[in-house]
Structure formats: C-alpha cells, structure tokens
Design a protein around this ligand. Structure first.
Ligand code: MSP
Length: 652
C-alpha cells in the first residue's frame, strides 16, 4: 500500500469561552484520524489552535479589565490543558497572536492587494457584534436581529478593504463540480453549491472599529477581519509561503474538520482566498453536526454545558472519546445524555470488550499456564474468524476515509462480538477438561490474535485502553508501534506469556448511578447560578447622570387590581400617587395574584409617554426584576420594604 500525505485540522477555537463538548468533539475526531493515518503509515500532520483576535475577545477582555493578550494567554491554557487530559497528540498548536502567523497573514494580504483581488472601498451594513459578521438585509430576523444568535444588529458604515469574492463564484462552482467529495456530507456540499449559485458578494476583510487584530500593512488604522486572519492559520502553521516549508508536503492534502455553522467560511471564502493566492483549495472539508444535551440546546444560561474535564474525570478519557464518536454519525446532530453514556460503558466496554479480554486471559492462565503457543492447526471456524478480521480492517479503512467513525466502531464491535461468539461455539473449557491441547491451542491463539488486532484497530479511538489490552496480552511497546504490519493477522509467530491485569471497565450499577445523578442535579440547583458568564452579559452604552435625571421615579400605592378580559397576561393596576391617581397596564398576571399586590407600595416611572394596551390607557411603568428562579422565568416587583414613606415620594 502506498504512503499518502494526510493533513488534518480542527477549527481554531475562540478564547472567549471555556472549552466544552463541542470543542472536544472535533478535536477528538481529528486526533483519532491522525492516529489512524499515522498507524497506517501515512505521512500525517495534525494541527489545532486558538483564534485570538477580534471583537469578541476585545470585549471579553474589556469586561474583565485586562488586555486582550492577557485574556488570550490565560484562556489558551484551558484548551491546552484539556487536550492533554483528553490524550490529544497534535503535532502543532497555533495561536493567531504568534508572530509566525501574523506575518503570513500580512503577506497574504499584500499579495492579494498587489494582484487586484483586494481593493479599498466603503461598507455600510447591519453588523452582528457577537458573530462578527455583517448580515444581509434579506437574512435579518424580525426587528433587525441576527438570524444566528437573534441579538440586535448595529448599523455600521466603515472604510474597508474588500476581497473580490464575487470573482470566484464561477471558479468555485467549477471546482466543486470536479470535486464532488470536497465537502462532506453530501447535504452540506449541496448547501454550499446552491449558496454560491445564489450569488457571491465581495467580502469586507478589514475593520477600523476595533484595535485588537493584525495591523493591515500600509494602512494601520485598519486591522484585518478576524475570519480572514483565522483561516490563514492552516497555512501559516505549515510555514507558508517559504520554499521547502511543510506546506509543500501537506498542501492541498488538508482535511478540515469543522462544525456545520462555519462551512461558508471554510467552503466559500477560504477556497476563494486560496485560488486568489494561486494555491489549490483543500481536498476535504467535513462538517459535523451539533450536540444538544438531554434534548436541549447547550447554553450557559440554561446551565447545561457539558464540561469535558468533568466527563473525563468521572467516566474516564477513553470512554468519553468512544462515546462521542460512537453515539452519533459524524455529520448529524446528536444528543448527549449521560445515561446513554453510562449504558454504553456497560454494554460495549464492560460487557463486549472487557469480557472478551478477561475470558480469554483467564482460560490461557487456567489451561496453558499463561502461555500462548505460536503454532496451531486451523480448522474452518478459525479461517472464518481470520477472514472476518481482514474484512474488518478493510471496512474500517474505507469507513474512516469517509469520516464514519460510528460505523467504523460498529464494524470493530461486530468483530469483537464474533470473537465472543467463537468462545461460546468452541467451548474451550470442554477442550481443557478433555485435554484436547491441539484444539485448545488453536482457539486460544485465535482469541489472543483477535484481541491483538482489536487493540490495534481501537488504539486511535481509545489509546490508553488499547495499551492496557496490549500489556495484558504480554506485548511490548505500543499498539501503534509497528505501522501497517500491525494490521495483518498472525504476523507475530512466537510464543507469548500473557499478563492478566485489572478488569478493563467495571460495570456501573445503573440504579446507584441514577441516585447519584439525582443528588448531583439537586446540588447544582441549590447553587444560585449567575445570570450569565461575564463575557455574555450585554451592556447598554454608558449614560450621563443628566440622562438618568430625566427619569421621574416615584412611590405608588396599589389601590386595586383589575383583570383584563381575554388577556391572560395583563392586569390594570389602579395606583395612588398621593397627588393624583392613574392606571398602568402591566403583564405580571402570571406572577402575582391580585391580593398579593393590593396595598403594596411599588416604584413607577411616572414620566413615560402614556400608551394604550387593548384600548386601556397606561400611564407609566412598574419597576421589576426579571430572571430565572427554580428554572422558570420569573418577575419580581420592586416594593418598599419599609412603607413609612408616603405615595408620590421621589425615588432616585
Ligand atoms: N474561531 C472560529 C473558528 C475559526 S477556524 C479558522 C470558531 N470558534 S468557536 O470556538 O466558536 O467554535 C469552534 C467549533 O465549535 C465550531 O466548529 C463549532 O461548530 C463547534 N461547536 C460549538 N458548539 C457546538 C456544539 N454544541 N456541538 C458541536 N460542535 C459545536 O467558530
């Protein structure tokens, strides 16, 4: 088999967030492929890193009163620590604030400016600050909101440099027509092709509105737009454009693993940038799906973000790696349920894999004093197992070429199950009792070899588990140590002394687990969760004291509460302000009963322009706190704790 070059990348992660299961997912997938290709003898390079420029980072740093670089230096460690914990063996880690990256970005910019693919112009549009992208009017949500994060958009006009993306619509379509596998899965390929067909606009690639970015060479009031900067990491890490740099080996044999949300950047803008540079587009972009958690979208405010550190500590790194890749086809969305995770540990790891190892080693110890002989006589059933072994290698190779991690693991598990069945069929304990040493040797060696091969095939997914099996099988070194020769049946023809060790994966008692989980959930609820992480809190612009003084706040006594017919959220509150009476319509009915309000002194904005709700006049607004309590949205009115102050008094 020939040696191929294989370059695998993850997105570079923003450093304004703590690493979560989504980040872990792509990186584990990339690590598995990297180990698989290395084990198959391919010349392989695996890159991951962090995306450290842009508005999000600048804002997050401002909120913490530190410099963006300080924030990056701190948060990057969370990622690097996680990759260590998850046994990720990347060949390089790139940070976009490194000089080696910044100078390549500037060089790319210079080249595109020189060949006319970048020009200076003016951009006016609706911009989403959190997503760092302009949103075309046709895609805006109701009330000028972002279609992705649903937050309000800001109208912006700025001088900017444009990349001539429109010029590359035709070349991109031609490229995709000739390379129908360049974007996977097929549904994403189709999405990209129809997006390009719907027309491409030139892309603004510089900003004057922030400072945290790579200075634009020759016009330093601009910084380079974070996505233009970030995408180039895949080349800058390979020392592009240096003659003899790694990029000459690994480009365009690049395989970008990305989440489905960032494919336009990777499958439209990035290949067009490369074409403009005279470099071939990537051979593959694979877009994986998104994880929900127990059926819900993962979000900090819901408090259901899966912490990969916690999962690895609680259940082990390898089971976590296994579960993520086994549970859901890589291109689909999937749901993370801890119960499903625990059940998989029991069925696949403790039962199927663990049992095969412990039964085999027990029998080798019991009937052959721990020694597996080298020579044995095969019968039809051994031939069948051996044939299935080579078919497993072929199928897994083919499936992993198509990023079908789940199918590849299913294929391996079919072989593991076959081996367990082989024990039941050959009944070695009977052979042992009967003293049929020839048959016993054939069965034990076949089982030992099945386990050896399973460890080799499992190693890219579960490196530590494979090593533990390897050791118990009495083998020296590492399961991935011998390259492709490892994948062949029966290469090793010497006698082996096994070393039975601890059980691979003890079964988890589901009833006990459920009780422990319920306790954990209860403890979590008790803690009052912050409204949001500081990076997510949205603030209004600063105001002057005079702005505040324009608001007339007064104490009001609730005299009566009226229900509005056919409006189940509304009350009409009859208020006494001392100097006058007025009514205010308020949507607090689901939170208060009328008798809970009558007689209370509350705070009212008195000088708010009167309005009508359902035809009822409303003069002013009540002050209330809105938030979550006991997992439900709640509203609590601001009331006077000491009501000795008369109605109508000023608040301020
Ligand atoms: N910095 C950019 C990528 C630049 S690459 C040149 C970025 N970073 S990110 O940190 O916000 O996201 C990284 C990845 O996490 C994306 O691929 C995204 O799809 C993935 N995920 C975020 N939440 C996810 C889930 N809930 N599930 C699976 N993946 C998810 O975008």
């Amino acid at each position: 088999m020939s040696q191929n070059n294989f370059y695998i990348t993850t997105p570079i992660y923003y450093v304004n967030d703590v690493p979560h299961i989504g980040h872990a997912y792509t990186t584990i997938a990339a690590d598995t492929l990297s180990r698989w290709h290395k084990s198959g003898g391919d010349k392989t390079w695996f890159l991951t890193g962090t995306d450290e420029h842009g508005q999000k980072i600048q804002t997050a740093a401002e909120k913490r009163n530190i410099t963006p670089k300080q924030l990056c230096d701190e948060v990057v460690q969370n990622f690097q620590k996680l990759w260590k914990v998850l046994d990720i063996k990347n060949d390089d880690f790139i940070r976009t604030t490194e000089e080696r990256h910044e100078k390549v970005v500037q060089e790319v910019f210079r080249r595109l400016l020189a060949n006319g693919d970048v020009y200076k112009g003016e951009y006016e549009g609706w911009y989403c600050v959190p997503c760092e992208t302009y949103v075309p009017e046709a895609q805006m949500g109701e009330g000028q909101t972002c279609p992705d994060c649903h937050r309000p958009l800001t109208k912006m006009t700025e001088e900017t440099y444009f990349f001539k993306l429109s010029k590359y619509a035709e070349p991109l379509l031609k490229f995709y027509e000739e390379h129908p596998d360049a974007v996977m899965p097929k549904s994403r390929y189709n999405e990209i092709v129809s997006f390009i067909k719907s027309g491409l606009r030139d892309q603004s690639i510089s900003r004057t509105t922030l400072s945290w970015g790579i200075p634009l060479p020759g016009d330093e009031k601009h910084v380079i737009y974070v996505w233009f900067d970030a995408l180039i990491n895949y080349l800058s890490a390979l020392d592009f454009p240096r003659d003899g740099g790694k990029w000459e080996t690994f480009w365009p044999a690049v395989h970008h693993l990305v989440g489905k949300d960032i494919i336009r950047f990777h499958c439209v803008i990035w290949p067009a940038m490369l074409m403009a540079l005279g470099v071939n587009p990537p051979v593959k972009v694979f877009a994986h799906g998104w994880w929900t958690v127990d059926g819900e979208k993962m979000s900090k405010s819901v408090g259901n973000v899966v912490d990969p550190f916690e999962m690895a500590e609680r259940y082990g790194v390898d089971p976590f790696r296994y579960f993520l890749l086994r549970e859901v086809p890589f291109g689909n969305d999937g749901d993370f349920s801890e119960l499903a995770f625990v059940q998989r540990i029991n069925s696949d790891l403790a039962n199927d894999l663990g049992n095969l190892l412990s039964r085999t080693l027990q029998m080798i110890d019991k009937y052959r004093g721990g020694v597996v002989p080298a020579k044995y006589v095969k019968t039809q059933i051994e031939d069948d197992v051996e044939a299935m072994a080579s078919k497993t290698v072929e199928e897994m190779t083919d499936l992993l070429d198509r990023f079908a991690f789940d199918e590849a693991l299913k294929t391996l598990w079919a072989f593991i199950s076959r081996s367990n069945k082989y024990i039941d069929e050959t009944e070695p304990w009977k052979l042992g009792k009967a003293g049929d040493i020839d048959r016993l040797d054939a069965v034990l060696r076949t089982l030992w070899e099945s386990l050896r091969l399973s460890a080799v095939l499992l190693a890219p997914f579960m490196p530590d588990t494979a090593s533990r099996i390897w050791e118990q099988l009495g083998l020296p070194g590492d399961p991935l140590g011998f390259g492709r020769a490892n994948w062949e049946w029966g290469k090793l023809d010497t006698e082996i002394t096994v070393k039975k060790g601890d059980i691979l994966y003890p079964r988890i008692d589901i009833e006990k687990w459920k009780a422990e989980r319920a306790e954990r959930d209860a403890a979590k609820k008790q803690k009052t969760a912050p409204v949001a992480a500081s990076a997510e809190v949205e603030h209004k612009p600063e105001i002057e004291i005079d702005d505040f003084k324009k608001i007339e706040l007064r104490v009001a006594l609730v005299e009566d509460v009226e229900i509005v017919p056919k409006a189940d959220r509304l009350y009409v509150l009859h208020l006494d302000l001392g100097y006058e009476k007025r009514t205010i319509v308020s949507s607090i009915r689901e939170f208060y009963k009328p008798e809970e309000l009558k007689g209370k002194k509350i705070i009212v904005i008195c000088n708010l322009k009167p309005a009508k709700f359902r035809g009822i006049p409303s003069a002013g607004m009540l002050l209330a706190a809105e938030g979550k309590s006991a997992d439900k949205e709640n509203v609590v009115l601001l009331t006077l704790m000491d009501d000795s102050i008369p109605a109508g008094s000023i608040v301020g």
